[in-house]
Design a protein around this ligand. Structure first.
Ligand code: PRX
Length: 636
């Protein structure tokens, strides 16, 4: 709690929106809306829910009779697909582009709303024919290709629940998530392209399924055209299934009518234990929350071309690549590969080529591209841009200013959005018509009440660091941890009873602007990716040479945070470079390349409390040469 995140400062720099930005903004006076919403959050959210279609309107906006198991729009009947596709294909938007996709190699595919709906209907029929019914779990483990979107929507359409596992995860991470979810079907591809390399996903699925109770079926999309093993009776090619007679009536798949509170998806995210948490989101409130936020914060208009560079495998992809833009009837851009491939201007060339108007990305990517200098951006006409966005970690003012000046040409406000897998939608974010401060996510979204408190739950004075909490429920909030409601209550609602504990520290300045500093738990944000120290430690000790492991996150110039591991070896093992390389490979194989440690050190002991808990705080302080603080609980 004491250490400062080196890249976050307090700033008095203020960037005012241009008169044109204010004139065209969906929300002209954000402050007035915040004040109005705070007076009656239920009235506010009911109004926002009216913007969507419902099979049947709700009886009650918020049911808080069983806190913290809040329910929204109870009695309402909907399906996210009703708003994301069905309502659009009845209008002129059926001919509008829903998705423009470009592969890393430069192949382009486009889908109108009509085409997207047709593919979704066809695949929904395929899933049905495989015996998938309402409430069943489906794991989606994919590269960044249009079929990922189709698979998610088809699953939702028939009332099944998707669990998307990020394609950058590997065998053990995938195995754990398939097994915990009890998925009936796994949808994957032969592989994907990333940074000029072929990532062989089907091979990883095969290995994971050797460790898991088998799901009944695996559907494989042929994307790379590489050889894969197909197990008879279990594995099916997507393109063959999509031409079978049962999917001929593709356009005739009825959307399942769901209760507003029925589950839409689970998404695993890292926490403080080795076991990832399956965050559960529902159809009704989630649709309302992501629609309201994308409309107000990103000012989304009919003519916009929206590009969120995230992966559908994370919450940002769920909310703001797949569902948010589709509900808004927007045109979304999706790019398969790496930003530096083949050169560091790939992203800027995509913006120019498709006339992207709103570009939403991460501080790590911006810092990474900044390194190559502005000439890569200056080769391209970026004048179509009108708004920029940032998410996933604090953005340091230097990266903010570069983004603003070099990419936005000093005319595009940057929406720094603070939120989480658990919150489903933006909790704190500016709106275009409001002044910005580089590095601050500014203020809570209307209807959200945030505060910074001390260990006793009292608001801390202006400028002081404390724990970030949320005092009001909101429609897109997680409903529980799948199969573990006790952990839901304990993790989020027990530290400050009645309030949501976000796990971040923050400061509030005298203008009421919030400055998020970083995680205060054992979660590390590496390049914006969320990893748990315990999950990485568990993977380390499955290596034959490792007796004990402790993992911490330390500041990194580009990645924000980087993983440092301290290992005690089993006797008879040589602590040398070869072993370090082997251990890095092991982590990459078990969890994925994103979990590869920056540095591995061999030690003879680890600082522990008398009850045997590793004192990561102490390891961190020592590594950074900071004061060790209170060490009265240290064992030795
Ligand atoms: O620490 C905060 C950081 O990312 C965490 C949530 O991670 P995840 O569930 O993976 O979701 C990321 C995408 C929403 C938060 O607890 N974080 C996210 N956005 C910001 C941020 N930190 C500072 N500024 C942000 N804009």
């Amino acid at each position: 709690m004491k250490e400062e995140h080196p890249i976050v400062q307090n700033s008095t720099e203020l960037y005012h929106p241009s008169p044109e930005t204010v004139a065209q903004a969906n929300v002209k006076d954000p402050e007035a809306v915040r004040i109005e919403a705070a007076k009656d959050i239920q009235a506010y959210w009911a109004k926002r829910a009216e913007e969507l279609d419902w099979y049947k309107k709700w009886d009650k906006v918020l049911d808080d009779s069983d806190k913290p198991f809040y329910k929204w729009f109870t009695g309402g009947k909907t399906n996210i697909v009703l708003n994301a596709l069905d309502r659009h294909v009845k209008t002129w938007r059926r001919n509008k582009l829903a998705l423009i996709w470009e592969s890393e190699k430069g192949e382009v595919r486009t889908f109108s709303y009509h085409a997207m709906n047709r593919e979704v209907c066809k695949f929904a029929n395929v899933l049905k024919s495989m015996g998938v019914v309402k409430g069943d779990l489906v794991t989606i483990y994919m590269p960044r290709i249009p079929e990922t979107v189709i698979a998610m929507l088809a699953t939702a359409k028939i009332g099944a629940v998707h669990s998307v596992v990020y394609g950058g995860f590997s065998v053990e991470a995938l195995h754990g998530r398939i097994e915990d979810s009890g998925s009936k079907v796994v949808i994957t591809a032969d592989g994907g392209n990333m940074n000029g390399k072929k990532i062989e996903l089907k091979k990883i699925v095969d290995e994971a399924l050797k460790r898991s109770g088998q799901p009944e079926h695996v559907v494989v999309i042929k994307h790379l055209g590489i050889d894969v093993m197909m197990e008879q009776g279990r594995d099916y090619w997507y393109h063959e299934l999509m031409t079978l007679p049962m999917s001929k009536n593709g356009l005739k798949c009825e959307t399942e009518v769901m209760d507003a509170e029925d589950p839409l998806f689970i998404l695993y995210t890292s926490g403080t234990t080795g076991k990832p948490k399956a965050i559960l989101h529902t159809h009704g409130g989630y649709s309302v929350g992501i629609h309201a936020t994308i409309k107000d914060v990103f000012d989304l208009k009919e003519e916009d071309r929206w590009w969120c560079t995230a992966d559908p495998g994370w919450i940002t992809g769920h909310s703001y690549i797949v569902y948010g833009p589709l509900i808004a009837g927007a045109t979304s851009i999706m790019y398969e590969g790496a930003p530096m491939y083949p050169y560091p201007d790939r992203w800027w060339s995509i913006i120019e080529k498709y006339g992207v108007t709103i570009f939403y990305s991460t501080p790590t990517a911006i810092r990474g591209l900044m390194r190559f200098g502005e000439s890569w951006a200056n080769r391209h006409d970026l004048s179509s841009l009108r708004l920029l966005g940032s998410v996933g970690e604090p953005i340091n003012p230097e990266a903010w200013r570069w983004f603003y000046k070099i990419i936005g040409k000093e005319k595009c406000p940057i929406m720094d959005t603070w939120w989480q897998t658990e919150t489903g939608m933006f909790m704190m974010a500016p709106m275009p018509a409001q002044p910005l401060k580089p590095g601050s996510a500014t203020k809570p979204f209307p209807g959200i009440d945030a505060d910074v408190v001390n260990a006793e739950g009292k608001s801390v004075p202006v400028g002081e660091e404390g724990f970030l909490i949320l005092k009001n429920p909101w429609p897109a909030m997680m409903r529980t941890i799948y199969k573990d409601p006790e952990r839901y209550v304990k993790t989020y609602w027990s530290t400050y009873p009645g309030y949501y504990f976000a796990g971040d520290s923050a400061r509030k300045d005298s203008d009421g602007y919030f400055w998020v500093i970083g995680r205060v738990d054992d979660v590390i944000k590496v390049s914006g990716y969320r990893l748990g120290t315990a999950e990485i430690e568990s993977a380390f000790i499955t290596h034959h040479a490792v007796a004990e492991a402790a993992v911490i996150g330390l500041p990194h110039e580009i990645k924000g945070m980087a993983i440092h591991a301290y290992l005690i070896l089993k006797s008879g093992n040589e602590p040398n470079e070869l072993l370090i390389e082997d251990l890095r490979k092991h982590i990459s194989h078990e969890l994925g390349p994103i979990a590869k440690p920056e540095k591995i050190e061999f030690v003879s002991s680890l600082p522990k409390t008398r009850s045997g808990k590793i004192m990561r705080r102490l390891l961190k302080a020592r590594a950074q040469g900071l004061s060790e603080g209170d060490i009265s609980t240290l064992e030795e």
